[in-house]
Design a binder for this molecule. Structure first.
Ligand code: HEM
Length: 160
């Protein structure tokens, strides 16, 4: 074998090695970009889905003000509406058959309590159809039992 053919052989090997390296690098790069694409296709931040839709399907925590308002709306809509009464309406319930009173701007229907009151019927009857705040507070203000008993009869608030 002559020197010439040795050189040719070496150059051929060099070309094959360099070519192989170049080819390896190229395919490696391509698979990396493929991987990136795969990640970007399936990772949550890049999915072109609106936050609203994500919330509906409970994928993410609700963060937008819109969704918070929606939650508040749901909460309030399940709560019973607060009734408002005028003093005029209260004054029409001034008998043993129907006894309403106002104490600290809240309206109470005391009808059921009249014949159960330990202090006597007349005391409760004296505040039917009117604002009984002063009378009640003078006798029972700050007393635990009467205050607790009163809570059970609340039907709404006084319309100011
Ligand atoms: C408006 C709603 C009222 C409620 C829910 C109420 C509730 C009560 C309760 C729970 C007691 C028993 C207290 C105890 O055992 O310690 C009581 C007793 C009594 N209440 Fe009333 N009360 C009301 C109005 C009045 C009024 C307007 C008067 C008088 C102006 C009055 C005069 C008395 C008296 C004299 C007693 C007897 C025992 C005591 O002196 O504390 N109450 N009441």
């Amino acid at each position: 074998m002559g020197k010439k053919s040795v050189y040719i052989g070496l150059i051929t090997i060099l070309i094959i090695v360099i070519g192989g390296l170049a080819l390896f690098k190229l395919t490696n790069k391509q698979s990396q970009t493929n991987n990136n694409q795969a990640v970007s296709q399936f990772s949550v931040p890049n999915i072109p889905v609106s936050e609203d839709l994500l919330e509906k399907f409970m994928i993410s925590e609700p963060t937008s003000t819109e969704s918070i308002n929606f939650q508040q709306l749901q909460q309030t809509s399940t709560q019973p509406q607060e009734n408002l009464y005028t003093l005029e309406e209260v004054s029409q319930n001034n008998s043993k058959e129907s006894c309403w009173t106002v104490i600290r701007d809240r309206v109470y229907d005391l009808t059921e309590w009249i014949d159960k009151h330990p202090g006597g019927e007349d005391k409760v009857l004296s505040i039917c159809g009117k604002d009984g705040t002063q009378v009640f507070e003078r006798k029972h203000g700050g007393q635990e039992k009467p205050e607790e008993a009163l809570k059970r009869f609340e039907i709404g608030k006084l319309r100011q």
